[in-house]
Design a protein around this ligand. Structure first.
Ligand code: ATP
Length: 243
């Protein structure tokens, strides 16, 4: 029997419906993300992007449909199991402790005393290496976001989901960080899901994308095709029909 952890599609959703208090916020979402691939989840405010990520991470139950991560069903009753198997979710508030230093975050997050892994991660975000003794509350937004992603990377994730990385960041910082994530996905075989408001920047580093609107998928395709067909993308983004 094949080892399910070697499944090429590290994340899948089939007709995923999920929401809050019995009311669906997303309906019939379908997606797959393979090792080394970057998928962007796009859409206006309230479209259901965060809800989709929470359901994929096992942090919110699916009301119906099928979700798998690392080849096994997503277990929302035991989300820590998902984390142990290699799922990391970076929330839009970054999930850091403002009175702790960068170094303390890095020490707490590494799976074992693995200096090499820490150096590898800091090499990818050199700006962080220079502020290791600073507390998070005194970091810039960009440095905080780098730390949130660095903390996730220390765990050697197989699936990495990043919710609105660019929230509050200057576009220049986003332009630097997104290619780093793209490279990490490819080099380490991580399946990456990005929720982004900077649509063009996100598509430029993604393999594929889905667009949600009012909780439904209204468009999906290869990132380069979507970038080339701006009219179709805008129609979907600003109120397209569901697929
Ligand atoms: P944004 O870009 O504004 O974060 P989003 O695309 O991530 O939006 P979601 O946060 O997934 O959208 O929200 C989808 C829908 O679910 C919205 O109508 C929102 O009001 C609703 N919603 C989100 N969180 C909750 C919650 N905790 N309880 C009830 N409804 C919620």
């Amino acid at each position: 029997m094949p080892d399910p952890t070697l499944a090429r599609d590290l994340l899948t959703a089939e007709s995923l419906t999920s929401g809050y208090n019995g009311v669906a916020a997303v309906t019939d979402v379908n997606l797959t993300v393979a090792a080394g691939e970057v998928l962007s989840v796009l859409g206006p405010n309230g479209a259901g992007k965060t809800t989709t990520l929470l359901a994929l991470a096992g942090l919110l139950p699916a009301m119906s449909g099928r979700t798998t991560a690392m080849g096994e069903p997503v277990d929302y009753k035991r989300p820590y199991r998902m984390a142990r198997r290699g799922m990391r979710f970076v929330p839009d508030d970054r999930g850091l402790f403002s009175v702790m230093t960068v170094r303390e975050h890095l020490r707490l997050s590494r799976r074992r005393p693995d200096r090499a892994r820490e150096e590898f991660v800091l090499d990818r975000f050199p700006a962080l290496a220079e502020v290791q003794s600073r507390i998070v509350g005194l970091l810039s937004g960009g440095e905080q976001q780098m730390l949130a992603i660095a903390v996730a990377l220390l765990a050697e994730p197989r699936v990495l989901m990043v919710d609105e990385m660019s929230l509050g960041l200057a576009p220049m910082v986003v332009e630097q960080m997104l290619p780093t994530i793209r490279d990490l996905a490819r080099d380490e075989g991580i399946a990456v899901v990005l929720v982004e408001q900077h649509v063009e920047l996100a598509l430029a580093v993604s393999d594929r994308a889905i667009v949600l609107n009012h909780g439904r998928m209204v468009l999906e395709g290869d990132a380069k095709d979507l970038l080339a067909d701006r009219d179709r993308l805008e129609t979907a983004y600003f109120g397209g029909e569901s697929l």
